[in-house]
Design a protein around this ligand. Structure first.
Ligand code: ARG
Ligand code: ZN
Length: 876
């Protein structure tokens, strides 16, 4: 069943208060709810029946204004409870019985490692009790939780604790009250045997907030980084957006079994353990950064999502795009802005562009969906964040802040649309964003084709930029979009040239960087007063989520790599050069020559101790296989894999001594710290190590073995392990893998990394080895992280093995999707993604991918989640 935005109707009934009482037992839970309901004065459906959503519930009792209803007084349609002839205002009491212990879908109330927890976004609340489970119905909640006191000493819900006490039979209760009306998707409950780590935060207006992180006792020492990140986020949101926290207590709970990263439930955020727990010995630098970003993301939702929420799920990017933009700016402020921008652009260009070019392509504000869980996508999150970033670029920081202030003030306590957001930005700035709104409506990645010429007589440089937005499923003939295009021009000495757009202007006053605004299908810009042909630096800081095509020469790229004052474009020039070099040898003979200027550029980078070392570390990374595949049409995966490997080995062989020197220069100096400088040093030394082992260098091997044994932190231990795993030193690889498992087998988050390092490796992650990992005692079919770290990583990152020309990788994935479809449809639908891109690949691959998809389609009792993804990709 497809749901359309155009069919949106305001709710016929509103719920003012929701009183909940949970009786938690080992064999199930009884949920008593009392709703104060009234007819919505804004609804034209004056005699509409009350309709409540429900999923997998056993209804035990329902009463209206104290009068018990008999089976004939309501209709149970299987997914809704419909009560006709209700009064204008009334109280409805409902009792349901649910079985959290058997809930493997991890939506609603379920059990993870012995504790009760919830995940209600988007439509999980209906698995707990009957309710109008849509975000535009906002109620004030009061929640009483009752459970056995020794097994579940900690009982948590949203808001403030208002009452607690002991009950008979060793049971106890706690009652929570949340003063802020909220949609049901923000409800949360936790019951377990947890320890708490406490801290306080004093807000800008001087209120003391009680901060608590709840974890299983064995993780008590791993909360420090999340707590520090939380406090930094709270301060940052006050300083940058003027947003103060609103309750007296803010809680985070870590749970091992969780479908996504984390959830922003009001006052009670629930996190996947891997997104909150960290220690020097067990978490990599990447994990530390991810935790800081996710803690911030969920915290920032308190305003962008909770205080102002979404009218319906088509508006999901209203909260997600804006909040990702906020957390991304926060991370940039906490570390290196250039590096953060590189990471965001890489994710977008590699994965979101692929989504936009595939069968599930959809606008930032979709017009229809079957299963909303399938729309928690890179387009909604990351492209949505880029759209907000473009508004920030067009308005400038001050007007953008005026716009966000107006948005929060105007819509506080409301459920609104992306259009309301844009309107607030328009009203505060006086800018017309009518055309800009197409970014929310049109799917597909715009392509900018840039050409230029230089007139030496007149000293004029002309730049022509044409845009087109490609067709996507169900959308053709798109209109030009409003695109902010940042650029600079460089002289032969690397000097930043003035950008004089009007011949009459005084050249001295022209800026050296401008944001051009593209609104038509084609624009020509003329730059005056240029004594020589400049080298253009295009789309600086990735100012819009678009593809840029320009006939760069390798010489220009090498030049930009070392001269562009914009760090992002320096990196980008290096990527474009490497892509060009790799593409030019795809399918070429083994001994094809490799561009010497690429090697020289890398030699310079390896010796460069002046440039920001975090940027150097990024510039040394070759474009990923996934990115090369995304750029190719009809890619032959094996050929791309070989070409990339060949370039990598050639560079490593040519620069062997420089790599050893880089390794030593970045080892020993300064102990372990979580600072950009210290992280950059580890990144550089582990990159050097990885490259040395790619060419089976013996000195490199000895360094890796030594580092593996002596490392005092997970980044270095994992760096050494990864390097060994990806080398031909089979004995060292096995020894290191066994030793690592032995050491960390009791830590689930580290075991997940141990799985990933193998399943992403073309040496240790061929299909028979992947199958062996599924039989490993630490693997658990009920735990999404384990599933992702073996199956997801294999299909998403070990591309040469997954796209094995014999088709075995595809058949394997189809088998696992079918298996998981019964227990956890959300996870199954995510895992299908690599197969859905079948049309992109060279015919031999695509035919086999297509047949694997058909096999999934034909599975009996296919879930709505997987159905939507598979059907859309077969039909596209
Ligand atoms: N709102 C959460 C976040 O981005 C994600 C929840 C996703 N849940 C789901 N069932 N898809 O912070
Ligand atoms: Zn979010």
């Amino acid at each position: 069943k497809t749901i359309h935005l155009s069919e949106y109707r305001v709710p016929a009934h509103l719920v003012d208060t929701m009183d909940l009482r949970f009786e938690l037992f080992d064999n199930g839970a009884r949920v008593h709810s009392t709703l104060r309901v009234r007819r919505n004065p804004e609804s034209s459906e004056v005699s509409a029946p009350l309709t409540l959503d429900g999923d997998s519930l056993k209804l035990e009792h329902v009463a209206l204004d104290g009068k018990e209803l008999a089976a004939g007084d309501y209709e149970d349609t299987g997914d809704q409870l419909v009560i006709a002839g209700v009064p204008e205002q009334f109280e409805l009491a409902v009792v349901t019985w649910i079985e959290p212990q058997n809930n493997t879908r991890l939506e609603g109330l379920y059990k993870s490692s012995g504790m009760f927890c919830t995940q209600c976004e988007a439509e999980g609340f209906r698995c707990i009790t009957y309710f109008p489970d849509r975000p535009d119905v906002m109620a004030r909640y009061r929640t009483r939780i009752e459970a056995d006191k020794s097994s579940y000493p900690v009982l948590l819900s949203n808001g403030n604790p208002v009452e607690q006490g002991d009950l008979e039979n060793g049971r106890h209760f706690v009652t929570w009250e949340d003063p802020f009306p909220k949609p049901s998707y923000l409800f949360a409950l936790v019951a377990g045997d947890l320890v708490e780590k406490r801290d306080t935060f004093t807000t800008c207006s001087g209120r003391d907030i009680d901060l608590r992180i709840y974890v299983e006792p064995r993780n008590a020492e791993k909360c420090g980084h999340a707590m520090d990140s939380l406090k930094r986020s709270m301060r940052w949101d006050e300083e940058v957006y003027g947003r103060e926290y609103d309750l007296d207590i803010f809680m985070i709970v870590a749970v091992d079994d969780f479908n996504m990263g984390a959830m922003e439930n009001k006052g009670l955020n629930i996190f996947n353990s891997s997104c909150v727990l960290a220690s020097q010995e067990t978490a990599t630098d990447l994990a530390y950064q991810r935790i800081e970003a996710i803690v911030a993301h969920e915290y920032f939702h308190n305003w962008s999502g909770n205080r102002v929420t979404c009218r319906d799920w088509f508006q999901l990017s209203l909260k997600e795009g804006f909040t990702v933009f906020r957390d991304s700016t926060f991370s940039a402020d906490m570390g290196s802005p250039t590096v953060k921008r590189i990471e965001d652009a890489t994710l977008l260009r590699t994965a979101q562009f692929a989504e936009d070019a595939g069968p599930m392509a959809h606008p930032v504000r979709p017009a229809s969906y079957m299963e909303i869980s399938n729309f928690y996508t890179l387009t909604i999150y990351e492209k949505g964040a880029e759209v907000v970033r473009m508004i920030h670029t067009l308005l400038g920081p001050d007007l953008f802040r005026k716009g966000s202030d107006l948005y929060f003030e105007r819509h506080d306590g409301q459920a609104v649309t992306t259009d309301d957001f844009v309107k607030a930005m328009e009203d505060a700035s006086g800018r017309d964003l009518t055309q800009f709104r197409l970014w929310y409506e049109q799917a597909g990645t715009p392509v900018l084709t840039v050409s230029d010429d230089y007139d030496p007589e007149q000293g004029v440089y002309r730049l022509t930029i044409q845009q087109s937005v490609p067709d996507t499923p169900g959308q053709t003939n798109k209109k030009p979009q409003h695109i902010p295009f940042a650029l600079g021009l460089l002289g032969t000495e690397g000097d930043a040239l003035p950008l004089q757009l009007d011949a009459a202007d005084d050249i001295g006053s022209a800026p050296t960087e401008r944001v051009l605004e593209l609104t038509d299908a084609s624009h020509t810009f003329e730059f005056y007063g240029l004594a020589e042909r400049p080298v253009p630096s295009l789309l600086r800081h990735f100012s819009a989520p678009v593809r840029v095509e320009y006939p760069w020469s390798r010489e220009q790229l090498v030049f930009l790599m070392s001269h562009d004052p914009d760090g992002f474009n320096r990196w980008d020039a290096g990527q474009r050069l490497a892509v060009d070099v790799i593409q030019s040898i795809v399918g070429a003979p083994e001994d094809a020559g490799i561009e010497p200027r690429l090697v020289e550029a890398y030699r310079t980078l390896l010796g460069d101790s002046v440039l920001d070392q975090a940027l150097v570390a990024k510039m040394l990374q070759l474009p990923s296989e996934a990115y090369l595949i995304e750029l190719a049409s009809s890619p032959d995966v094996a050929a791309i894999h070989r070409a990339r490997d060949q370039v990598l080995r050639h560079i490593a062989t040519s620069l062997r001594d420089e790599l050893i020197a880089c390794y030593h220069r970045n080892t020993g100096a300064g102990g372990y710290e979580i600072t950009p400088e210290s992280i950059a040093r580890r990144s550089l030394r582990n990159t050097a190590l990885a490259w040395l082992l790619m060419i089976n260098d013996e000195a490199g091997r000895d360094l890796a073995v030594q580092q593996f044994q002596e490392a005092d932190n997970m980044t270095d231990r994992m760096g050494a392990l990864r390097a060994l795993v990806n080398s031909d030193y089979a004995a060292e690889r096995s020894r290191a893998l066994a030793d690592f498992y032995e050491r960390f087998q009791d830590d689930p988050q580290v075991v997940e990394q141990w799985f990933s390092v193998q399943s992403s490796s073309d040496r240790a992650g061929q299909l028979p080895q992947i199958k062996a990992l599924l039989d490993h005692p630490a693997f658990d079919w009920k735990n999404p992280n384990k599933i992702r770290s073996v199956i997801g990583v294999f299909a998403g990152q070990n591309l040469a093995a997954f796209h094995n020309p014999d088709g075995s990788g595809y058949e394997f994935l189809a088998d696992q999707v079918c298996r998981l479809d019964d227990s956890n449809p959300q996870i199954a639908a995510r895992l299908v993604t690599p197969l859905t891109r079948w049309q992109k690949f060279a015919p031999a691959y695509s035919a086999m991918m297509h047949s694997a998809l058909k096999r999934i389609r034909d599975k009996a009792g296919l879930s709505a989640d997987v159905y939507e993804v598979v059907h859309k990709s077969l039909e596209a």
